[in-house]
Design a protein around this ligand. Sequence first.
Ligand SMILES: [Ca+2]
Length: 289
Amino acid sequence: MPAGNSITHMTQSQRAGYNIAEIDLSIELTWFTDSEVEGLATDGEYFYISTAETVIGNGDAWLYKLFPNGTYIDEVLVRDDTLNHCGGMVFYDGLLWIPLSERGLVPNNPSKIVRYDTDLLFIDEWINSSSIGNVHWGGICILPLLERVYIANYGTSNLYVYDLSRIRLNDIRPPPSNNIQDFVEVGGVLYCSKPGTSLDTIHVWEAADSYGNSLQSIGVMETDGASSGLTWFDGAFWTCEGLGSATLHKLSGSVSTFPSANGHDLILVTTLVAMICLALGIAIYLKRE
Ligand SMILES: [Ca+2]
């Protein structure tokens, strides 16, 4: 256990009708004293936390780097003028992709997607919302297989679909898409955290067409601890949440019961069946010869 961190074990029983994750492990980040946790991402070795200015206090839009056991490594201020709110973020193609907006859901300036490397160095502004308007971008996710980028507008339910060359392809509203906080992609499926009044939820979406230009809901699980940051590390969901404090949670539970309905599996099965049919056909043909 790292010095200064307390770890609490909690369990939660399964409930009929729901796929409930459990909190396996909680790590309080005692070095984190301000800001509001928004996003969690990992490069497979380190964790990264994005934050927003607190309603009251001295919080701001920061990016933190830490070890998965909670030990602090480094931080950088991401705030850009009035843009004081980092949203949920992802790690993709060696970089952290972070929505940066004004805190309010009806902002006075466009939001941006900014990218940082794993040394917390600013790389570039990938895109901004000026062609859409002054909207509050609060979350981002990427489907690598289909090369699609989904940017969530926290307040209006809209998800904006881009390709990797920054072309906006579609605006969609997969249900329920309001108040989506953070995303992670696992095995071609998108998982997104959404704060709840009693339990939080993790919604599960997959591509609704072969291009990924629309999404459809394929499941939901209820859990504590998933109101903000969400990522996947070492075979489990990890979350991070807090206002003026931060706690990492490792989740477990019924993740494996979710349908793994993605195009990859279908293509693999179809290819396998086709190869068997071809082999049988050749065998029969040779026998006749
Ligand atoms: Ca994330």
